[in-house]
Design a protein around this ligand. Structure first.
Ligand code: ADP
Length: 220
């Protein structure tokens, strides 16, 4: 039988009994096969194939005369659970904000100095009014205009067309916005009665970092 690439790389699906064994070992390891069997009211022989699978797949480690203990490797379900529980606040970066009236030239300098790809623009009350991307600034620089005399509010993408997120939002929802809108960053905002305060920046790099953190307990 040929094995597809997907089968080769996807984590094995554990059956209910294997999940139960994993829970027992997690809570009680090191524990012998005999003791696990007792807890499940089964014979040691019945459990042997399940213990072999869990050991071969790397979920359990076995030491002679000591017993089984949990290796720390996550099951497929545990990885999905951690992914669904990730919040924007756990991965967001510090935002870089500029005022609406600074020039395109100064915004370009700021982008280089702060080493970011997106600047958020705020009004005099420090509420979000716009977003400036690298290409917004490049586009303006192509013409023969004096960049010192064009304020960024002329060229920015402005409210209400800005996609944003809250710090308590799920990272998956934020990632979905980045993909749907084909943008690199979302401002993380705090809602006030008369505007949105920018408290963070969520970028594709943050999402990549979150993706990597899922692999923490796996061999890379
Ligand atoms: P770049 O243009 O450098 O590739 P983006 O893909 O992030 O960077 O930006 C594409 C366009 O979308 C730009 O015109 C930018 O102003 C706008 N944009 C960027 N971020 C947002 C956002 N959070 N909400 C709405 N528009 C955005």
């Amino acid at each position: 039988m040929s094995i597809t690439l997907f089968e080769a790389v996807s984590p094995i699906e554990l059956n209910k009994r294997q999940e139960e064994i994993l829970e027992i070992v997690k809570g009680n390891g090191p524990i012998t096969g005999e003791q696990i069997a007792e807890r499940l009211s089964l014979t040691r022989a019945t459990l042997r194939p399940d213990l072999a699978i869990l050991t071969m797949a790397g979920y359990l480690d076995a030491r002679p005369r000591v017993g089984y203990f949990y290796s720390g490797k996550k099951t497929g379900q545990a990885v999905i659970d951690s992914m669904m529980n990730m919040k924007v606040k756990d991965f967001q970066s510090i935002p870089v904000v500029v005022s609406e009236n600074i020039s395109v030239y100064d915004a370009i300098c700021q982008m280089f100095l702060e080493d970011v790809g997106t600047l958020f623009v705020v009004d005099k009350n420090a509420y979000l009014t716009g977003v400036l991307s690298r290409k917004d600034l490049l586009r303006t620089s192509i013409g023969n205009q004096d960049l010192n005399h064009i304020p960024v509010h002329i060229i920015m993408t402005r409210m209400p067309n800005i996609a944003f997120c809250m710090k308590t939002d799920g990272l998956i929802q934020a990632a979905q916005k980045l993909i749907e809108r084909q943008i690199d960053a979302l401002p993380v905002v705090l809602e006030h009665p008369d505007g949105y305060e920018v408290i963070g920046r969520l970028t594709k790099t943050n999402i990549t970092r979150a993706f990597l953190s899922l692999a923490d307990n796996h061999d890379l």
